[in-house]
Write a protein that binds this ligand. Structure first.
Ligand code: WTA
Length: 635
């Protein structure tokens, strides 16, 4: 019996029980029946959360692009793999068939090989949401190079630090990008970054906006002529199941971003299996995830998961508000989208607009609605359900992380009864646990605690690039023999999970994870700044916005505070990216500190949220008197 496609609740429980009782048999069956392996594994799973070391399908050999492309060619060569919807609605959408995708991936792979990229080399991809982005990921995978996609909204500095952290040999970018009514000079951002990246030998440049850019002799190459000359046949490199597939950077509470390393076999099996079930994808459906491939959601659920299932996946270059707030719904109607997967921040922004933007379009093709990236609030959930799903398309509130590779806690549509704001039940193979502050597992229902996972699943990140110690410290040290997620959650009376948000210093702004440390470092570079602290505060569209408390070296009124605010935000834009700009900046003469010198962010968070009750015990502070001053200044 195949467990691959779960169709009713009884079956979910059956499959789930099996996945817990006999995890190895369970995953071996899924892997065996639905994928193409060049060599079978010797061992399904070996793991030790103490080291930590996790290996799935050890000894197996495969190439993920054979699974995502080649094996569909016989039956689906002329079916659409990718629908590219350009930023400008007047530009024609592109339908790329599986055969065309095969040829374009092979050409790109051959160009990369020709420029000296080999198995195990790292390639940085810094591209807008155009077909070449998906093709670049797959071309890397074709030849066994490790891709490191950097979201094309990050600054030169942020790009350079990611390139250097993993010593990338090549960068793939474009002259520029379209974003709504704006164009962005991507190539000049890359040029800025590469001034400090000695390992990069070549930059391949896609011509997207026809702009006049500088090409550095010997380093930069226009991609198109090379592709035109390249062969459309490229034999896939045979990879071990545990060979790295990609690195993707995510923010931590402290320090520089963490390069999460995902490997090949387990990641493929898990993303494909979750995609099939969480979206109930059927042949012929059109699936659209609005995320950017610069984030994990795009890796797993625009590229690998859908393509491994032979699906049709939409890539949208633009933004929800261009040319107006009806754009998403226009695209749903135009391509007859069946599964639509987006983020709460987009839902909230759309819900604020006149309902006619939505009512102008035919949304009757929709069957499943997804949400990801942050907790979805009750109001947004109902708006989505009432107006987009019209009470007939179930909402799947999918909880997962860059580190988990795939969806972990989620309803299965038409199977799991949904409940507003609840991610509901663990996916087969996922064993969640709630922990109390002293490290004990909290049993029973109607409880809340810190969310951990007590057993490995195939797509868990295996390490942090170049820093295994930090991997251990961040995820496996807080609780013994557990993977710690960094999130808090509650479990209701029937065992449904609701994610309550981060319990560390990561702040999710418009669905983007931001660590406080790099932002504070940027602010502190300003010559007038002595020290700073960033916290999140509730925002009705972004979920959270950033509030900065900034201590100046010289106190007093002499400085032009508006100018300073602009300079600080400009610094943040240059060092981190525009997504990390502060909504509010409060200049202050002191920051509350513990006796060991740590800033007490808990208090600052409360003040930023204008919640002055219950500030907790401030008597242990080194400088308790500053709290009232900060409150007064904030009013
Ligand atoms: C949050 C995105 C509540 C959570 C796939 C997690 C969510 C972090 C949900 C990971 C959800 C993601 N409900 N919170 N459905 N999905 N989160 O790495 O705090 O960009 O730890 O991965 O987003 O964000 P990341």
């Amino acid at each position: 019996m195949s467990n691959y496609h779960i169709k009713h609740l009884e079956e979910y429980y059956q499959v789930y029980r099996k996945s817990v009782r006999e995890p190895e048999n369970f995953w071996a069956e899924v892997a065996e029946e639905h994928f193409m392996w060049r060599k079978r594994w010797d061992n399904v799973l070996s793991w030790d959360f103490k080291k930590p070391e996790i290996k799935w399908f050890e000894g197996a050999q495969l190439n993920i692009t054979e699974n995502c492309i080649d094996r569909h060619l016989r039956t689906k060569g002329d079916h659409t793999a990718i629908i590219f919807e350009p930023n400008n609605p007047d530009e024609t959408a592109e339908h790329i068939t599986y055969q065309q995708l095969h040829d374009r991936v092979c050409q790109m792979a051959n160009v990369m090989k020709d420029k000296g990229v080999k198995k195990g080399d790292r390639v940085c991809i810094y591209l807008p949401m155009i077909p070449e982005l998906a093709i670049s990921l797959l071309a890397c995978a074709r030849i066994g190079a490790i891709h490191s996609v950097v979201f094309a909204g990050f600054s030169s500095k942020a790009l350079a630090s990611r390139i250097n952290d993993s010593a990338c040999k090549m960068v793939i970018t474009s002259d520029g990008s379209y974003r709504g009514s704006k164009t962005i000079d991507l190539k000049s951002i890359v040029d800025g970054g590469l001034e400090s990246c000695p390992t990069v030998e070549n930059v391949l440049v896609v011509n997207r906006i026809n702009s006049d850019i500088t090409m550095k002799e010997g380093r930069d190459l226009w991609l198109q002529p090379l592709l035109d000359a390249a062969s459309a046949v490229c034999e896939p490199e045979i990879m071990n199941a545990e060979d790295p597939l990609f690195i993707l950077y995510t923010s931590g509470s402290t320090g520089k971003p963490k390069g999460m390393v995902h490997t090949t076999g387990g990641y493929m099996v898990y993303t494909a299996y979750t995609f099939k079930n969480v979206f109930q994808y059927k042949d012929g459906d059109v699936y659209w995830c609005t995320a950017d491939i610069g984030w994990i959601t795009g890796h797993s659920y625009i590229v690998y998961g859908p393509l491994a299932n032979g699906a049709t996946t939409v890539m949208f270059e633009g933004v929800p508000q261009y040319p107006d707030f009806g754009r998403f719904w226009q695209i749903v109607e135009k391509h007859k989208v069946n599964q639509f997967y987006t983020a709460p921040t987009a839902i909230r922004a759309l819900a604020k607009q006149n309902i006619s933007f939505l009512e102008n379009y035919d949304l009757s093709s929709l069957k499943v609605l997804g949400s990801v990236g942050e907790p979805i609030n009750e109001e947004a959930w109902h708006w989505y359900n009432d107006n987009v799903g019209k009470h007939k398309s179930p909402i799947v509130d999918t909880w997962w992380q860059t580190e988990t590779g795939g969806i972990m806690i989620t309803p299965i549509p038409y199977v799991t009864p949904t409940k507003p704001t609840y991610a509901t039940l663990p996916f087969p193979g996922i064993q969640p646990a709630l922990m109390d502050e002293s490290g004990n597992v909290i049993k029973g229902n109607q409880v809340d605690g810190r969310l951990c996972i007590k057993f490995p699943w195939p797509s868990i990140a295996r390490t942090i690039w170049g820093n295994h110690e930090r991997y251990k410290e961040t995820y496996f040290s807080a609780y013994e023999n557990m993977y710690f997620t960094g999130d808090g959650a509650l479990r209701d009376e029937v065992g449904y999970y609701r994610i309550t948000g981060r319990v560390d210093d990561v702040i999710i702004v418009s669905g983007h994870n931001l660590g406080t440390a790099p932002i504070e470092d940027a602010i502190n570079e300003h010559p007038a700044v002595a020290e700073s602290a960033i916290v999140g505060f509730p925002h009705d569209v972004k979920g959270n916005a950033l509030y900065g408390y900034v201590m100046l070296k010289e106190t007093g009124e002499s400085r032009d505070q508006n100018n300073l605010r602009n300079e600080i935000n400009q610094l943040i834009k240059d060092r981190v990216g525009a997504i990390a700009k502060l909504d509010k900046i409060q200049f202050t003469d002191g920051l509350p500190k513990t006796r060991s010198g740590k800033i007490m962010r808990r208090i600052l968070r409360k003040i930023a949220s204008k919640d002055f009750s219950n500030l907790g015990d401030t008597s242990t502070l080194l400088n308790p008197e500053c709290v009232q001053v900060i409150i007064d200044e904030s009013l």
